[in-house]
Design a protein. Structure first.
Ligand SMILES: Cc1cc2nc3c(=O)[nH]c(=O)nc-3n(C[C@H](O)[C@H](O)[C@H](O)COP(=O)(O)OP(=O)(O)OC[C@H]3O[C@@H](n4cnc5c(N)ncnc54)[C@H](O)[C@@H]3O)c2cc1C
Length: 451
């Protein structure tokens, strides 16, 4: 059985692991990624000061070392390969392409300089090749981060860490240089709904109280007006409220930078200043309304305030990119699927032998660990649906490589990546960090050319 997996993030690697561990069938997995480097958001999303989380890649390395696994980096589906190519060369296809597009605020002024989507800011500090040239101007003193998830917390924390805290991480060198000179002193994390509805995990929230030179500030009034009865609150809600309460009770300390957590406000307009960049954000105060289905909705009250900030980072979620030939669900902004089986979005008929895992299947929900079970669940469908498929003759396994070479693609193998990995780790020693990332594809390919 020959399977193509597109995307080398956690969901792709967990799908590969489940496929390669099958005992009823010998499965050959070819994994493609548009970047020469594997691991998706583990490399390009997870915050650089969370190195322990990145250690999960050791498990993926074990999968990559299996004899029936091949990695093809620097190959983009939709450009270097088409879906029809995949259908010709593989019995089954798994899309594991994540959510690489931002959700927009949809308010006036969103496009002005220094209103920067979280994807750009996060990709920039993590050395993602797409964002290495992003203009991140940290000459401003106050920044608003819009959103109430861990991504908002990550962005705020990186803005507020000291250079000494950041140096020992694998943050991109270009970002470290800009952050060293940063004038940012206050960050506001803004939530549309209340503290009970925030989707921060408690560990990330708690960490905000442990920064070297920045401290969280929560006005007691922000914690008034809770809507969920105490007995009905989830464990995470209880823990988060306790942490926020402890922040609210702290006397204002002497740390030089402040992180304000504010709730029940929606941005209505990005205000443009005399330098044509962000100078503020108009916010509408919200109130909460319990819906018939038990969910809690925020409703605008019409009360408007202007928050003076020089930069806005919307971190309100992501959606899957459209890839030519891959069915797209316009409403959910993911690859059209029913429980991981790809479907035609109009007829709802299953597209045979095509599957989707990870954020491309569900949208941006779930931590890295959650993909292990979720990808295995989809692989179980592949096993059920795939009986007898392996008997269908396919082109020689080398044919896909010849096809890519013919297109002029410089394919990066897993061994090539290991060479890049060694170079990055060696460069990191100079600044006593785990690695100093290579941030552009041309340099990666030229290093491999020299080897
Ligand atoms: C900022 C941020 C911080 C996070 N921090 C944590 C954390 O601390 N802990 C935690 O547990 N989880 C964290 N997460 C969540 C975690 O990263 C995701 O759950 C997980 O990475 C999703 O896996 P995935 O495989 O679906 O997608 P991804 O990890 O995004 O992988 C998708 C892969 O597909 C590739 N790709 C995309 N399009 C194509 C194409 N056309 N052709 C070929 N390849 C393509 C991409 O290059 C990428 O490698 C974080 C997420 C974000 C955004």
């Amino acid at each position: 059985m020959r399977v193509a997996i597109i995307g080398s993030g956690p969901s792709g690697f967990y799908a590969a692991e489940a496929l390669l561990k099958r005992t009823d069938e010998v499965v050959h997995v070819d994994m493609f990624d548009r970047l020469p480097t594997p691991y998706g958001l583990v490399r390009g999303g997870v915050a650089p000061d969370h190195q322990n989380i990145k250690a999960v890649t050791r498990i993926y390395e074990k999968t990559a070392a299996r004899p029936t696994f091949r990695f093809f980096g620097n190959v983009r589906l939709g450009k270097d390969l088409t879906v029809d190519d995949l259908r010709r060369h593989y019995h089954q296809i798994v899309y594991a392409v994540g959510n690489e597009a931002d959700r927009r605020l949809g308010i006036p002024g969103e496009g002005v300089p220094r209103c920067t989507p979280a994807t750009v800011f996060i990709g920039w500090y993590n050395g993602h090749p797409d964002y290495r040239h992003a203009k991140i101007d940290l000459s401003v003193s106050r920044v608003a981060v819009v959103g109430n998830g861990n991504v908002a917390i990550d962005a705020a924390r990186i803005l507020l860490r000291t250079p000494a805290e950041l140096e020992k991480t694998d943050i991109a060198a270009h970002a470290l240089e800009v952050l060293r000179k940063s004038q940012v002193r206050e960050v506001f994390i803004l939530g549309r709904r209340g503290p009970e509805q925030a989707s921060f995990t408690s560990v990330e929230l708690e960490e905000l109280g442990e920064m070297e030179d920045a401290e969280p500030v929560v006005a007691p009034s922000e914690l008034a007006g809770l809507i969920i009865p105490e007995a009905a609150r989830s464990k995470q809600q209880q823990k988060n409220l306790k942490i926020l309460q402890s922040f609210a009770e702290r006397p204002l300390g002497t740390k030089s930078k402040k992180l304000h957590l504010r709730f029940l406000v929606s941005p209505t307009e990005v205000i443009c200043g005399p330098d044509d960049g962000v100078s503020g954000l108009k916010l509408e105060k919200n109130r909460l309304e319990m819906q018939a289905d038990g969910t809690v909705a925020a409703r605008g009250t019409g009360e408007i305030e202007a928050l003076e900030v020089g930069m806005v980072l919307p971190a309100i979620g992501f959606s899957a990119e459209r890839i030519s030939g891959v069915p797209y669900d316009e409403k959910k902004r993911v690859i059209a699927n029913e429980d991981g089986r790809v479907i035609d979005p109009v007829s709802h008929l299953t597209i045979p032998n095509e599957y989707v895992v990870g954020w491309a299947r569900t949208g941006p929900q779930g931590l890295i660990g959650s993909h292990k079970g979720a990808s295995a669940h989809v692989v179980a469908h592949m096993v059920t649906d795939g009986t007898g498929l392996a008997e269908n003759a396919l082109p020689d396994p080398e044919a896909i490589i010849n096809l890519l070479h013919k297109q002029g693609v410089q394919v990066v193998s897993f061994n090539d990546w290991k060479q890049l990995d060694d170079v990055e780790v060696a460069r990191g020693v100079r600044r006593e960090s785990p690695r100093d990332k290579i941030v552009d594809v041309e340099t990666m390919l030229s290093i491999l050319g020299q080897h």
